[in-house]
Ligand binder design. Sequence first.
Ligand SMILES: [Zn+2]
Ligand SMILES: [Zn+2]
Length: 77
Amino acid sequence: MAQCEVCGNDYDGAFEVTSAGTTHVFDSFECAIHALAPVCEHCGVKVIGHGVQAGGSFFCCAHCARMAGNEGAQDRV
Ligand SMILES: [Zn+2]
Ligand SMILES: [Zn+2]
């Protein structure tokens, strides 16, 4: 069937994810997250939840955004 573009697994349950106009094929959410999830610019953690965007950068939480100098950043409620 389709081959996961992250780990190369050939799996009949593979699924496609379209991100920014590009279609990717993955066999698991773990691989999809590995390939697509943004990385917090402060601590380097994969941002799987909503995250915080501040000053054109992406952070895992408001704490990291503030640590990186975005004073007014707040977690979304
Ligand atoms: Zn995979
Ligand atoms: Zn962070």
